[in-house]
Write a protein that binds this ligand. Sequence first.
Ligand code: AVW
Length: 256
Amino acid sequence: ISLGVVHSHALSSSSPSSESLKKTIIDKCEAFIQNNKSSSANNCQKIWSAFQQAFVGRDPCNVPMEAYDPLIHTVIQDPVCNRMLFWSKTKKIVHDFTEKRDCFLTLEDTLVGFIMNGLTWCGKEESNETFTTGCPGWTDCVNNTVRSFWNRASAAFADAACGDVTAMLNGSIATPFSPTSIFATIEVKRFKAAKVKSLSVVLVTKENKGTTCDDPSLQDLQKEIEPKLKYNCKAVPESKIQDCISHPDTACGACW
Ligand code: AVW
């Protein structure tokens, strides 16, 4: 009796926008696996299906981060102890840096972060379609499709952290450790003392101007970290990191 409805859903689920999101995601997934043989145990079709079930047919402002649990559990990702790089308000420089060298890895350099980086997506109640435009923005509602994904993926990245972890924070702004950031609200809270030895903050500064490691927000961070883990902070001029980006043969240890 409901064949008509099923049929129309089947049609709408293969609308151009749905097809292009699926293709974009599978293409990015396969490209990543090509370049990162350590990820070859992943199945991109399975990843797509775990991903889409998180938000298809849902109000795009009512997708909790737990909706992405099946996706996170589907992705096979080896932890990379001592090389994990967290960041906040330093998106451009941190990725210019990790793109050039293999010594550090951000969430966006892992399979799931790489696939979703730069994409917008959402669904709609009582619809099988996926959309890439007209989706709620980052701050339009708390539980929006895209923000909940980044919250969940960040939680998984921090859960997997081990050894000495590094965080690149922005010394050119008033509050480098922003209490509303994903780094503060999710990642720092999930470091496991049994696995993570220390947190090293790299505070990126403009020619020794701006905030220093004595900044009150960084003292808050230190209080949150110690005595559970070791904490240290180093102000590093942006030009020094830029030099390391332009000379990828410099040893990573010499960058800060
Ligand atoms: P961020 P986080 N409107 O630089 O610590 C639109 O603050 O939160 O660092 N987009 C936004 C907004 C906003 N108000 N706020 C955040 N974003 C998006 C994952 C935007 O794409 C990694 F593992 C911005 O560039 C890092 O350690 C991005 O969120 C950590 O979480 C980062 O915001 C970085 O997140």
